[in-house]
Write a protein that binds this ligand. Structure first.
Ligand code: SFD
Ligand code: AMP
Length: 610
């Protein structure tokens, strides 16, 4: 192969320069003054990740110094929203540090809205503060750029390297440059995976001409999960996919509308519907329905039931709030700074929310760890807080030595959002520096064989295409290869139909999952034959493989948890109730990198906050 190999040896490698990755680069420099810190990013950190377009709110801010909330309050909030199951040590640790990160964002130039009465940050809700956030990502990227020795943009990281002198220790990562095609080998003493969550593993509502539009970023390819799973790291709560109530077709978020504009929902006939489903929900989940605020999944549940009962569409009542010119402006700006497509959809469909109440929908499921859900890697907590089973030496270190996580990558930390993900990056980097210092002179050993084997595997889709292409004279259907888009649609269909997507109203059961898992396993074999016609498609091929591994993990976890813990996110038809007696626990999985077999286990939930 005439492919150039570029080597970079460093102390800390940050994979993914999104919110978690930029936080990690920034903090690594503070503690590791003389260390070599490298970031490898698939896109360009100025506009990469979920925050690429900007955000209109910072959804996690305690305001402790203003007497607003304490970290304990946030743990209670996240636990309540996730139906009792979070990693309270990780959640507390993030919450006690998040405010200082937000203050830094302001110092670095991010424009915050301020309350006319108090002069403090303008609250959208109890936890959320409002920003003019179009510039959010370039601002945090700048901090990372000033901290790291080098940022490699346009590198799709495909695999982690393992140290060959010690079992179960990471040794770096490999990937390729999506523009030049060069093969990149990063040998590192510690790796922080911050490669974001996963969209497009379940079939989206937006298909055909709208296919690129999803709520979570379409380029969130589950790499944080796949890279960690490939390396043998344990994962937790991967069944805890998230479904969101969103404005229809543009997937515009609803938080600013509900919390700041004080809009509310009603069914097609102008009626409030959540109370209609109170008894039904109580029969499924017991007293959780009485918790305040109502958990996100249970709000979804009422929405889904009302639609099934034939009283849709569900509308957001905007007509009242939009009579106030200030709120009208906020309503539009919310989307222009974060989800431009929602404003475009309204314009194209003649919807002016001042005169027409727009429709809401429930989205397809996403897998991520930082919104109202907590899928991700099983990580050590901080030494001063974590019970024994949650602590193995270094904060945010996965079950592979030297491998750390931040943001969506980390399991158990719901409601971290952008600010909490950045905070987790900082926490992981501080611990990674300590890990390296503790290694002292011990070297990482990565053989040429390991590097060359990955090289062959990574570029295989280009060969598949070049050779297979000779068998056809026109069109895209070949007997020898699948294109990434064809593979993606096949994956989305299986996940949708068998693992609880939109076409089955989020319903699945043991038999459906059994078949889904079989089909995913067949797909794993078929994806050896993905054909990539160019480097961009090679990136698509690897994104697809990462999505598949993420999906397999989701299916395995969904099979393992024999209850319906989060109605409104998904339903196990064979176990339609929440079962605290047997399942008030976290689920853990590990895929053996050699045999590819999955093993599942339960882990206790420790309530460290009353
Ligand atoms: O309204 C590889 N989020 C919101 N957070 C808030 O604080 N406020 C909001 O208003 C939020 N809302 C919102 C949000 C997201 C989106 C898409 C919308 C609206 C429309 C959530 C946050 O954005 C989210 O919590 C954080 O961004 C998560 O941080 P992190 O670091 O875990 O993920 P990332 O930022 O997406 O970064 C991932 C990076 O990795 C790169 N990458 N690099 C190399 N190799 C690979 N194989 C890679 N795969 C991925 C990515 O390019 C990226 O840079 S609201 O809905 O609630
Ligand atoms: P969203 O725009 O839906 O992503 O939500 C942004 C923030 O507002 C998140 O912290 C949500 O949990 C919160 N949120 C959204 N809708 C509601 C609601 N109806 N009640 C309470 N919190 C909400």
């Amino acid at each position: 192969m005439g492919i150039k190999t570029v080597y970079e040896d460093c102390d800390i490698l940050v994979v993914g320069g999104g919110m978690g990755g930029t936080g990690a680069a920034y903090e690594a420099r503070y503690w590791g003054r003389n260390m070599k810190i490298i970031v490898a990013e698939k896109a360009n950190i100025d506009r990469s990740g979920a925050v690429a377009q900007g955000l209109y709110a910072i959804n996690c801010y305690m305001g402790t110094q203003w007497g607003e909330n304490n970290p304990e309050d946030h743990v209670r909030y996240a636990r309540n929203d996730l139906m009792g199951l979070v990693r309270e040590d990780l959640a507390f640790d993030m919450a006690r540090h998040v405010d200082s990160c937000v203050h830094k964002f302001e110092e670095w130039g991010l424009p915050f809205m301020k309350s006319a009465e108090t002069g403090q940050y303008l609250r959208e809700g109890k936890w959320q503060i409002m920003i003019h956030g179009e510039s959010y990502k370039p601002i945090v990227a700048d901090a990372a750029r000033k901290s790291a020795d080098k940022i490699y943009n346009r590198i799709m990281v495909t695999h982690l390297l393992m140290d060959e002198s010690r079992d179960n220790r990471v040794g770096g990562a490999v990937g390729f440059n999506c523009r030049t095609g060069d093969y990149h080998v990063f040998r590192a003493k510690a790796v922080i995976v911050a490669a974001g969550g996963a969209s497009h593993i379940f079939k989206p509502r937006s298909v055909g001409e709208g296919m690129g539009r999803t709520w979570y970023a379409p380029w969130s390819s589950g790499s944080a999960y796949a890279l960690s799973i490939q390396a043998g790291a344990k994962m937790t709560q991967m069944e805890n996919r998230i479904v969101l109530a969103r404005f229809k077709d543009g997937y515009g978020p609803v938080g600013a509308y509900f919390l700041h504009l004080k809009t509310y929902t009603q069914n097609a006939y102008g009626n409030e519907y959540e109370t209609t489903w109170y008894e039904d929900t109580k029969a499924m989940v017991g007293e959780y329905i009485d918790h305040q605020p109502t958990p996100t999944c249970l709000r979804n549940h009422a929405f889904i039931q009302e639609m099934k009962a034939g009283r849709g569409p569900i509308y957001m009542v905007t007509k009242e709030a939009f009579q106030d010119p200030h709120l009208e402006e906020v309503g539009w700006e919310n989307f222009l700074g974060m989800t431009v497509s929602q404003a475009v959809v309204w314009a194209s469909q003649d919807i002016d929310p001042k005169y027409t109440n727009p429709e809401l929908t429930t989205s397809e499921p996403y897998v991520m760890g930082s919104h109202a859900t907590c899928s991700g890697a099983w990580c050590s907590g901080p030494e001063d807080l974590s019970p024994e089973e949650y602590f193995w030496g270094y904060n945010r270190m996965m079950t592979v030595d030297g491998l750390f996580g931040a943001g969506d990558a980390v399991g158990g930390t719901a409601h971290a959002f952008s600010s909490g993900s950045f905070t987790e990056g900082r926490l992981a980097a501080k611990a990674a520096v300590k890990y390296i210092k503790d290694l002292k002179e011990e070297k990482i050993n990565v053989t040429d064989k390991q590097v060359n084997d990955f090289k062959e595997e990574i570029y295989q889709p280009l060969d598949n295409y070049t050779i297979g292409r000779n068998e056809i004279v026109g069109g895209t259907v070949s007997p020898s290869y699948l294109l990434p888009i064809q593979g993606l649609q096949r994956l989305e269909k299986v996940m949708d139909e068998y693992v609880g997507g939109i076409s089955v109203n989020y319903m699945t059961n043991d038999k459906m999952l059994e078949r889904g898992i079989e089909l995913l396993d067949i797909m794993e074999e078929d994806f050896e034959h993905i054909g990539a016609e160019d480097l961009h498609q090679l990136m698509r091929a690897w994104e697809l493989k990462h999505r598949l591994l993420t999906s397999q993990s989701v299916a395995q976890h969904t099979m393992f948890r024999e209850e319906t813990r989060w109605p409104g996110y998904y339903y196990r038809g064979d176990h339609m109730k929440l079962d605290d007696e047997n399942w008030h626990c976290l689920t853990l999985s590990r895929r053996d990198p050699e045999t590819r077999e999955w093993t599942m286990e339960k882990a206790p939930v420790y309530h460290i906050v009353d």
